[in-house]
Design a protein around this ligand. Sequence first.
Ligand code: FAD
Length: 393
Amino acid sequence: MEFGFTDRQTAFRNEVKKFLDRELPSEYDLAVINPAEDRYRDDVWELQKSLARKFGEKGWLKLSWPAEYSGKDNDPFLYYILQEEIHYRGAPGWDGFTIGMLAPTLIRFGTEKQKEQHLVPIGKGEIFWCEGFSEPEAGSDLASIQTTAWEDGNNLIINGQKIWTSGAHRADWCFLLARTDPSSPKKHMGLSFLLLDMKTQGISVRQISDMGGGHNLCQVFFDDVKVSKDNILGQPNHGWEVAMVLLDFERGLDIGPISTMRRIYDILVNYARENDLLNNNSVRNRLIDIYIDVETATLLSYRAAWIASKRMTPTGEVSISKTFSYEAQKRAAGNAMTILGSYGQLTKGSELARLNGLIQRWYVETFAFTLFTGSSEIQRNIIATRALGLPRA
Ligand SMILES: Cc1cc2nc3c(=O)[nH]c(=O)nc-3n(C[C@H](O)[C@H](O)[C@H](O)COP(=O)(O)OP(=O)(O)OC[C@H]3O[C@@H](n4cnc5c(N)ncnc54)[C@H](O)[C@@H]3O)c2cc1C
């Protein structure tokens, strides 16, 4: 059993660190803690776009793509290291929907024409995608989707609504699930996975304000939106299979937030040192609890990534890792709040706020972590059936 990184992996990590040292503005905002959501902010979006293009120039957005798509056919762990370093710095530039989820799904299911059209701009960091799965009546029970895409000659006409679509107001394209066959006997059948240009006539986007002060979650409405049948990814009416593969890729993206947790742990140790709190037993114990969570989450995530790097499917391991790490972040954010005492509740901008309101934002944000990409309860169902072989409840 080996736990070390190879020389190549270590060299790559150092290269990414140096790149971020050089490219991140010196006054970079400490309260940018969750690049996945914060990158959509007005004051971060330009940096998101320019860093994505620079990652593209370095070939980092297609690190492990097959050589035939101008990828480098590399060790998939390099993606992991890239995400770890980006999140450790709270840097934008990485787009999980586009790079982590859609690109590998396109490589698996896309026609040559679809790959040609989309992989080139994705690899250059030029376009961003959003994920149109959830609907008001279809969250955990995703197969209950009601958005329809009925056939009209060579086109499909989409009508319906999505909700919680992160970054839809910024996205160039959307991948979505819609019902294409009304006669299917089961609800997860008769769905198709569609690729949709967000500039298409009939799409409207409404931002939603959340409790963390963000406006990145959106409602997306489709009103007679026309899309060519060429934009179906995978087989028509078999979108569920495509979506399940994509969700496996999505759930494998947990190393980023774990790295954020490590960064906040380091910031808190520094804070405790500067405020003479390292001898305080309560503070020490909470720091140690956070550290145990960081280390355990990291190892579980590495294990899932290692299995994937051997071209095996780590479905159970990914769900174990996702469940543990997102619940650990909630715990850790609670511990961080206690370390800061009453100052923990102060928001960025308050003159008395400590650490620029970082902990308050993190604490509020972690509540969403056990919901997206399948809630903790749904992950437990997956672990029960796919990892432990238990019967469905
Ligand atoms: C920050 C954030 C970003 C998101 N971004 C996107 C996005 O970009 N695109 C997208 O499509 N969606 C997105 N989502 C939506 C997310 O995927 C859903 O919130 C999630 O699938 C849960 O669905 P729901 O909110 O409808 O809750 P529900 O499904 O209504 O669940 C409510 C509660 O009941 C529990 N529950 C439901 N069913 C079961 C069951 N069978 N067994 C046990 N417990 C159950 C759930 O765990 C949950 O606690 C995002 C959500 C958040 C919070």
